[in-house]
Design a protein around this ligand. Structure first.
Ligand SMILES: [Zn+2]
Length: 203
């Protein structure tokens, strides 16, 4: 285990920083750090400045909780979006994924996590109060609950559903199931059961 200590400390510290990122193992981190060694000093300095500036440059949208560079995020400011349709997600990363699919034209609400008793995170740690505030002043006709398909995601969706019950508000849950192009022969039983449970009528 002491094989890594032969690196100069500056390299080792950078490797350890990269390893903290999701999906980056020690080998990949080492490759990245060695690749940085080839960069021009000015480029490295600029990279460092951008990293250091991140906490100042990124804000949380005062309306939906998405990442923003001013008071409100680009989606909330976009007059082409349908503000009566709110998609509730756990984190801004999920907004990126949904936006990439270019299929949703409403706006969002970021909960800032999920209910997770094991991690000591309860409903009070989520932005549910802010969601209720929005529902009180915005004319929302549908809320789409897009939290994860696992136990915690389901618990979070149920909690939000119970909290926002209001006449005239339609609440829906995104469907889960077989990936497009997927063969049901390869899906696990939990996925099959989700897919059958969230089936819809075809005409
Ligand atoms: Zn926003």
């Amino acid at each position: 285990m002491s094989a890594h200590t032969e690196y100069p400390e500056a390299l080792e510290l950078l490797v350890q920083a990269f390893v903290r990122l999701p999906g980056i193992g020690r080998r990949t981190a080492e490759r990245l750090v060695f690749s940085l060694l080839d960069w021009e000093p000015e480029l490295l300095a600029e990279f460092g400045r951008r990293l250091a500036n991140l906490p100042n440059a990124i804000r949380i949208c005062s309306n939906c909780g998405n990442l923003a560079d001013r008071e409100k995020c680009a989606i909330c400011l976009d007059s082409g979006r349908d503000p009566s349709l709110i998609c509730v997600v756990e984190s801004p990363a999920q907004i990126m994924v949904i936006e990439r699919a270019r299929c949703f034209h409403g706006i969002y609400h970021v909960l800032g996590g999920r209910i997770s008793p094991l991690d000591g995170r309860g409903p009070d740690d989520l932005r549910i109060g802010q969601l209720l505030d929005r529902l009180a002043v915005e004319s929302v006709r549908e809320l789409i609950l897009a939290t994860g398909a696992d136990v915690e995601g389901e618990a979070t969706a149920s909690y939000v559903r119970e909290s926002v019950k209001r006449s005239g508000l339609r609440i829906s849950r995104i469907a889960f199931g077989i990936p497009v192009g997927g063969d049901i022969g390869y899906a696990d039983s939990a996925t099959i059961s989700m897919a059958i449970g969230s089936r819809h009528e075809i005409t």
